[in-house]
Design a protein around this ligand. Sequence first.
Ligand code: GP0
Length: 818
Amino acid sequence: MTEITAPKSAVTAEQFADEIREQLKYTQGVTVEQAKPADVYVAASAAVRRHLVDSWMKTQADMVNGNTKAVGYLSAEFLMGKQLENALLNAGLTDQFNKAVKDLGFSAQEIIDAEYEPGLGNGGLGRLAACFIDSLASLGVPAFGYGIQYKYGIFKQEFDENGKQIETPDYWLANEEPWGHIDYNRDQKVSFGGEVVEENGKKVWKPAWSVRAVPVDYMVPGYASGRVNTLRLWTAKSYDEFDLLTFNKSEYLDAVKPQVEAENISKILYPEDSTPQGKALRLEQQYFFVSASIHDAIRVFYPGQDKPDLTTFADKITFQLNDTHPVIGIPELMRVLMDEYGYDWDTAWKITNKTFNYTCHTLLPEALEVWPSKLIGELLPRHLEIIEKINDQFEAELKAKGVDDATIKDMAIYTGDSVRMAFLASYGGSHVNGVAELHSELLKDVTLKNFSDVYPDKFTNVTNGVTPRRFIKLANPRLSDVITEGLGTDKWLSDLELLQGLVPLAEDAEFVKKFAAVKQANKVDFSNFAKRKYGFDIDPNTMINTMVKRLHEYKRQALKILSVIADYADIKSGKVSADDVMPRTIVFGAKAAPGYYLAKQTIQLINNVARVINNDPDVKGKLNVYFPWNYNIELAMNLIPATDLDEQISQAGKEASGTGNMKFALNGALTVGTLDGANVEIRERVGAENFFLFGMTEPEVSALYAKGYDTKGLSREYYEKDPQLKAAIDMVADGTFSDGDKDTYKDLVNDWLTKDYFMTLADFRAYMDIQAQIEETYRDPMKWSRMAVLNVANSGYFSSDRSIEDYLERIWHTGPLA
Ligand code: GP0
């Protein structure tokens, strides 16, 4: 007997159909006969939202009245993905929905598809925030996600006829968006600019302009917890409706200018992933949402109180700083406590220090934000003063601890010219965490070494995780059924370590065959999806080999494409007969930051390699390359379950964690990867024999830098010594993938041969060797599938529920509502 514990609402399909009808009629003004799928999508969303309202209100009331501290997850990005399917699952209405829409004359899929995916994040960091708020709600922990409702999300990616990336605006709010509830009556005023003056011995900030921060609330339903939290995304509105004076002069268009400028603040998500640009508007965005959120928390937790006792603030809510983006919250809370509520510096500092914690997501120094003091001074003069004072206090503290002057200078939060946000966060909060074990170690040993030396107890690790609801249950229903059947229960969806129970089944040939059949069916589905959406002809009987992630040099898409080119060159030269090649389909998905030149060249190269190889009869269809554009959550949910082999091939010591790697392992893909980020922990858990490891380790990378790899042009030696590598690079240089033009990729080629900072060439040989081993393994389907079963069975640790439990225990010191 299989035990089913998934939530199930008492509402019948007939009742749910009536609710949809009613929404269609009374809110949207269309009959069922007139309704399009997009109408039914809006109606069904509104209907399911109504079923969540009571739990939502109760969760909020319990949060304010209860004695459990809440979590405020401050994040500039929340990459949520489509909402309807997930809300139905958590409300226990999936079956009713499926039947109801069918009875209304629609297919469930076309209704789900009608939702436009909100892209309010760049990649891993934003998706992690979305997984975390899902897990917080599922664990019954009261929490707010606080962020920005950008009008334009991450750009839509297209490819032009030359294979170049084109970015177009993602106006995701062009159609009715039924999930966000805009609440004009819970707005906050956020001010900027002006100057600080002294009045009666007190510092008083006289700002020059203000915007109105209006919250848009999204419900965050927990799975099987009965709890519904809130994602509160701020949108900027103008206070100046229009300037009457100007208007009287009948300069109508000028009159709306200030309004347009204020509303610019929440207009667009910056598309740089890991390499922030020091733009004033970005700082405005950061301050905008953080200031509104802090004031909002005071409003929520001290309702109706003019003189709240904010010495208890850190017992009400703990703020997690998701990377450096919200770190301006530290001086902001200081300012609020001192200037708005009259606390002295020391009291304010104690509260602030206790309230904030900081998660660092990177090892790339360029990803740690540093703001010019001048910019902060112009935009937030009072905050700059506070930062200077924090820095003075910090220096005195370090001196007292016996830290030498040179080190103190290295650690400066405020250097005179600039403010280092990661340092401000490390000093200003209680805890600092990295996102995988290796990453947290490297943070302590390298990136934030001085801080960890002085404040060792602040530093901890929380390995990332992903939500099994979206990335297994919704993305891979077939696998979910096989797991439930195998375990005899569906409880694994809220306790993912139960997947361990599948380990013995790896020896059960019947089970392994069922598991393999799921993968095959998913591959067929993906092939159909790719045909429908992209016009691709993907053969589901080839190995599906996937590399999806942002395009970044350190992630090394270049290594993957060079290996494909090397294989192609072997076929073309006759060294290898196409008949002997194991059939493979390589699927890439990646957006490049619009200003990231080498990343964009890499995209162009991949597209043209695909064009040439896919159309070359000599290849006999054995090697295929596809690059579906605009990689997003929807594509991920279709591609990951269909993948046989996943690529996690970053240069060791560069990928903080990776979260795609977890999604693939949990969906029964095998991984080829370096010892980097969470790969290390995945491999430990699934077993070294079930993971394709290759390449230099982090200490080997460091040693090679020390030899001058990038500065002395050592990469060229690898090129000269390895004929296969040489053939591949020469093929890029000679115009094979640019209709004979030798200049198209010259900067890319030149970088490989003179600098190659991320050591693609140095790891090439090891990568080719492991691929040969992979092919051998894949030719034994039972062996491959058994390994895949063991990947699923041993990856339960990588649930974001477990990550949140670690945060609760190590950092937040709070727990679920009673
Ligand atoms: C890290 F610094 N990450 C940054 C950034 O600006 N954006 C971003 O998405 C990612 C890391 O690269 C990661 O290793 C990590 O798993 C993720 O943050 C969440 O911690 C790979 O996606």
